[in-house]
Ligand binder design. Sequence first.
Ligand SMILES: C[S@@+](CC[C@H](N)C(=O)[O-])C[C@H]1O[C@@H](n2cnc3c(N)ncnc32)[C@H](O)[C@@H]1O
Length: 275
Amino acid sequence: MGNKEQGEFWNGRMGSAWVSVEDYIDRMLEPISSEGIRLAAAKAGERVLDIGCGCGTTSLQLAADGAAVWGVDISENMIARANEKDPGSAAVRFSVADAAVQKYTPDHDCAFSRFGIMFFDDPVVAFQNIRSGLKSDGRLVFLCWQAPANNPWIAIAGQAVQPFMTEGAPQPGPTDPGPFAFADLDYTRKILVEGGFTDINIDPVEREIALGSDLDELMEFQSRVGPLSGLLDTLDENTAQKARQAVMDAFSQHLSDDGIVASAAAWLVSARNSG
Ligand SMILES: C[S@@+](CC[C@H](N)C(=O)[O-])C[C@H]1O[C@@H](n2cnc3c(N)ncnc32)[C@H](O)[C@@H]1O
């Protein structure tokens, strides 16, 4: 998918679906997200860009740490939701924009993203553009996903729906825009160097994350924004029910007294504007 198709995707079904399970996503991601917010270390007097800010949760957290935050996202639905959540603080503003081409002034101390920067069709151009919004010593901090094999929280469903996929359906390449585009560290480093960043540091963040108190809660997420979403519309009702059941069966072994818990693995990336 190119940036235009990404725009259509995040402004179409996915935008409204994401808003509908926003609280679930925030709860689920918190053990990983908090590491990104901690490393960003936003403080009073700083200006921070939140790239692909979605419904604005991280923008509001960065602002609570004292920074003036500009959240940018290509999805109108998600920015509308972000504006609803903003208590009207002068420290936060949100814009619907393609972060890869948006014009920035070079006065930001930090560009941050929680899983919002793996969707550019030309990541080098996008990172060069994001860098244009940073001060000469500005920092970049983002979270991206490790490979699906290290992320059972989502890969379990991906495997369970495989038998229901149309035969010969195109499979995304490992660095194609999408959640796993930056799973390969060498590739990510190369993109950042070509994008004009230096002092690149990448650390794993691996956590057990909570996917809901029961299978019903889990299925809300899986069928709205997980691997089942989109697929269900292509199946007749009987087959769709079988696909739902396959996902529930696959997760049932992860059900415990604490609800459904599975492993998740992200990369926490930091870098500095090379000036
Ligand atoms: C996986 S979601 C993450 C959203 C949010 N950061 C969060 O953690 O909840 C990816 C986000 O990137 C946004 N996005 C994708 N391509 C973009 C682009 N070119 N410019 C700005 N935002 C983009 C999507 O609209 C979506 O909100």
